[in-house]
Design a protein around this ligand. Structure first.
Ligand code: NAD
Length: 317
């Protein structure tokens, strides 16, 4: 347990909340993935991830840089494709087609969101499902729904890993998710409600069509917030003892920072943490786990390549 002191309104409170340190959990998992990469290299296979970034959105540039750095740290080769926003959708399709055929590329990541005007879904659908390490291809999302083995989308998978490694079994609990995106909320809803380990929760999903979100958040044993709305969830909206996973990453202006901004989550940490039994921080919570599960999927894809060469592979993580 890692109790910490918090100051609010000039008063000191010793809270019993436990921080779920995504960075620390990610390090543990990455050490194991690194060992897998080492084993693959012994068989002449270097896992390769192609990363495509279109345009220069600062948040996307920072995510892509972080992903490439994480690859380099554990020995995954990354192939960097940074394209101007003026790139045509046709040449992007052509690039994806080329990467689909490239035997050195195990995984293809198309950084989202794409600049306005790009047919995002059409492009994602064009990625070879065997190289779809983000898990957004209809084939892989369909397999997820069916409970078949597939590339799980990285953020929901990272959240499951946090819960597992923090000893929180969702079975029998009421999990409330805010956000129904295909990257976070909807796959997570399926994973948490599926029959089997890490699942068996009763899941409620809230979204912009939910009239009063707090009616549901107050019932949550596990609350996952992925809305993209700074400090949407306040202390009065949760019950005592709730486990809180804050997925949101929002840049808010901060003149004390050199960059002029700082990152906050979708949860108002100061008012929610004192009521929570466990909570993820922002930054340093879900973010590092998302990247870790991307590394995991890339190695999984490389292991499939290895098994096609007749080598034995064993389960990872
Ligand atoms: P999105 O915009 O695609 O979806 C947001 C969802 O939240 C929508 O379904 C919407 O209905 C719901 N929503 C928004 N405001 C709401 C409100 N006031 N009440 C109820 N529902 C509301 O966003 P996304 O891609 O799912 O990302 C959500 C947030 O998570 C963003 O801040 C994003 O940056 C962050 N994110 C972080 C990671 C990570 O690794 N840490 C990964 C993915 C997304």
């Amino acid at each position: 347990m890692d109790p910490f002191l918090e100051t609010t309104g000039g008063l000191w409170y010793k809270t019993l909340v436990e921080l779920m340190d995504g960075k620390r959990i990610a390090q543990t998992i990455r050490a194991r993935i690194q060992e897998e990469v080492h084993q693959l290299k012994k068989h002449g296979i270097v896992p390769g991830l192609a990363v495509i970034l279109v345009g220069d959105d600062p948040a996307s540039v920072s995510y892509v840089t972080g992903k490439e750095k994480a690859c380099a740290e554990i020995g995954i080769r990354s192939f960097d494709h940074r394209l101007p926003a003026s790139t045509s959708p046709e040449s992007l399709l052509q690039l994806i087609g080329h990467l689909n055929q490239d035997p050195e590329v195990d995984g293809i990541l198309l950084q989202l969101p794409l600049p306005k005007g790009f047919p995002e879904r059409q492009l994602l659908n064009f990625i070879d499902p065997e190289k779809d390490v983000d898990g957004f291809h209809p084939v892989n999302l369909g397999k997820l729904l069916l409970g078949e083995e597939t590339f799980l989308p990285c953020t929901p998978h990272g959240i499951l890993k946090i819960l597992e490694l923090e000893g929180i079994d969702p079975a029998g609990k009421h999990a409330v998710i805010i956000g129904r995106s295909i990257t976070v909320g909807r796959p997570l809803m399926n994973l948490l409600s599926r029959k089997g380990a890490g699942g068996n929760a009763t899941v409620t999903i809230c979204h912009t069509g939910t009239p009063e979100v707090s009616v549901y958040t107050r019932q949550a044993d596990i609350l996952v917030v992925a809305a993209g709305s700074p400090r949407l969830v306040q202390g009065h909206m949760v019950k005592e003892g709730v486990v809180v996973i804050d997925v949101g990453v929002n840049r808010i202006p901060d003149s004390t920072k050199k960059s002029g901004y700082r990152l906050v989550g979708d949860v108002d940490f100061d008012s929610v943490a004192p009521k929570a039994s466990k909570i993820t921080p922002v930054p340093g919570g879900v973010g590092p786990m998302t990247i870790t599960m991307l590394l995991h999927n890339t190695v999984l894809a490389a292991k499939k390549r290895m098994s096609t060469r007749g080598f034995q592979t064993e389960g990872l993580i």
